[in-house]
Ligand binder design. Sequence first.
Ligand SMILES: [Zn+2]
Ligand SMILES: [Zn+2]
Length: 455
Amino acid sequence: MKKGINLIPSRQEFWFIPLGGTGEIGMNLNLYGHNGQWIIVDCGITFEDRPDDNGIMQSRIEMPLIDFASEQRDNILGIIATHAHEDHIGALPYLWEHLGCPIYTTPFTRNVLRAKFARNNCSAPILDVVEGGTLDLGPFNLTFIPMTHSTPETQGLIIQTPVGKVFHTADWKLDADPVVGAHVTPQQYQTMTDIDAVVCDSTNALNPMSADSEIDVASALLTAVSDASRRVIVACFASNIARLQTLGSIARQTNRHIGLLGFSLNNMRRCAQDAGYLQTDFNPVDRQHLGYLPPEEVLAIATGSQGEPGAALHRLSTDSHPDVNLQAGDQVIFSAKTIPGNEQGVEQLINRFERMGVTVFQADTSNLTLHASGHGGEPELTNMYEWIAPSAVIPVHGEPEHLIANANIAAAAGVEKQLVGRNGDLYDLVNLTIRPNAVPVGRMTLDAYGQLMPS
Ligand SMILES: [Zn+2]
Ligand SMILES: [Zn+2]
């Protein structure tokens, strides 16, 4: 019998099955099953460098193989999108037609998804949920829990069935002043009771330090921009709406005009403003005007902090941007961490800027707090486990070493069971055990015509 077929949870069972993101970074896709029915939490992509037919390395998108989920499509009640990052929603335009159920999410993520679907001719229905609200999908009672992260409206989930209750954290950190979004207090976690398992983000489990606060980034960026005598370009992730708000406020305080260089920044600005964010101190000038303004009056935000070819920062570094030509004395600030694997591209970018006489400040090397991670380190994980006191932890969202580190932190914080597995394992949430390799897993990518094919 083919693996995974006829695997149906009974009314005494409650299962968690990750198809992506557990044992790897990126392409998160999680199934929860009870009494013959399922919900899916997130449906993301990852980027991988692979050689093309000519042996040249190309970055391409990959996403989880969903044979098991698509076999169950008649019994899938909904897909929950926890937040607007590509590793959580990026595969929906390609995989939704094989799943065919409504997508539930908050307004900002809905706007990002709608724009994405419009570009990909996807007609998936998206239904709004309220931050902190509840939703009943068949036997699943869901409570949306506001989490602090590097994009707005990130939602954790309490998923309750008659036989068990889990807290799925999604991506999170603790931040006393996140600049944009809900101020999450410890009480939110301290009042959670009877949680059988916390299914928890492991990204920064190897980091012994807490994540920096977004408000510290704001003061560091203000210092850097105040000290600059000419143009300042700040490179950051477009979905970090708090960072955009910070830069808008800094522009006002330093008598500069804000400008946006890059498609995704303009897209995210629209999605954010339509959801009620960036309402004050954020009125970018047309990018065509940026080049004509006095250099000391320009603060531009640019895409391409990872050295991506063709992105705004890359074009600025090769003096091929249609609107802005940087000159000696201008300044570029990387308000983003270099993602492992992108070091070479970023280094080339910096070398080109320095040859132009442009001063470069990098979050990776600066003494200033020019970037804050969206994921909590060991102190936050410890706090969470002590506050919630679950029976078990299920580390997800990380490579095996991150999962193990997260499990060890939970054990030290008094969590009795640590269930460390990987994609395709069946986690029994009633008995708190793992059945390894229960369903098929793998990866898919897109061919030259945009059709899905095995990776
Ligand atoms: Zn995220
Ligand atoms: Zn993520």
